[in-house]
Design a protein around this ligand. Structure first.
Ligand code: 8X3
Length: 257
């Protein structure tokens, strides 16, 4: 296992779910963290907490991944000691709506496409050039089983995660001569605020997604991300699909009533 001590790890979307769990998992391993999300006050709270608990260096900043110029500026204006980023975790992502395509709200499509595809591209582009120059780096995308299988009532969400899968594969080919690892971890059902956002705040619908079986926790995924990030340099976990034991595909979930 390679040590993460002192490695600079940049994580997007850290205020909840998998992003937040990744922050704590990497902090525990002694990594220095660049953490970002849309709500700066929440990012700062997490930063204060992990500085105290883990005695690591933390740089927290506001970032809306969908705004390309802002992303470029934020990365360009990082203090000198934070400019070398060893690991990027493209976590920021979301779902909006789970209804038939012809009943769906196109505003939700735009949010998903902007965040899950353009956001990931914006952040990757802002960070990969220094990795290419140094011939060193690791980018870990948080994809989804929805990037492998399309399912009903998920046309656009599935399309965005298929896009993440395609970008991951193609980018890996583009940088295979630059000593840069490109990985994706593709979870099934993880109990986070994801469903509440997807169902526009409807808690009942959101809770029903995780009833009748034991879903993955965000810590389960952070644990897998740590595994991916700590392999020896010549080992790239290209893709990792993680399900709860009661799930066998996007649409096969065994629920006890
Ligand atoms: C979220 C998991 O199964 O709702 O990416 O697509 S799923």
């Amino acid at each position: 296992m390679e040590s993460l001590k002192g490695k600079k790890v940049f994580i997007t979307g850290v205020t909840s779910g998998i992003g937040r769990s990744c922050v704590y998992a990497f902090a525990k391993e002694g990594a220095d963290l660049l953490i970002s999300a849309r709500r700066k006050s929440l990012v700062d709270e997490i930063a204060d907490d992990i500085r105290k608990k883990f005695n690591i260096n933390v740089y927290s900043f506001q970032l809306d991944v969908i705004k390309r110029k802002d992303v470029d500026n934020a990365v360009k204006s990082l203090p000198a000691e934070w400019k070398r980023i060893d690991i990027l975790i493209n976590n920021a992502g979301m779902g909006r709506g789970m209804v038939k395509f012809y009943e769906d709200n196109p505003d939700g499509w735009e949010e998903m496409i902007d965040t899950n595809i353009k956001g990931l591209l914006n952040v990757t582009n802002a960070i990969i050039h220094q990795m290419i120059e140094r011939k060193d780096g690791h980018i870990i995308n948080i994809g989804s089983i929805a990037g492998h299988e399309a399912y009903p009532r998920g046309a656009v969400y599935c399309a965005t995660k298929h896009a993440v899968a395609a970008i991951t594969k193609s980018l890996r080919m583009d940088v295979m001569d630059k000593n840069i690892r490109i990985s994706t971890i593709d979870p099934g059902l993880v109990q986070t605020g994801f469903s509440k956002v997807r169902f526009y705040g409807d808690e009942e619908k959101a809770n029903a997604v995780y009833k009748g079986y034991t879903p993955l926790s965000p810590d389960d995924i952070a644990d897998a991300v740590i595994y991916i990030a700590t392999r020896p340099k010549h080992v790239n976990i290209a893709q990792m699909v993680v399900f709860p034991t009661a799930q066998a595909s996007s649409i096969h979930v065994h629920k006890e009533s």
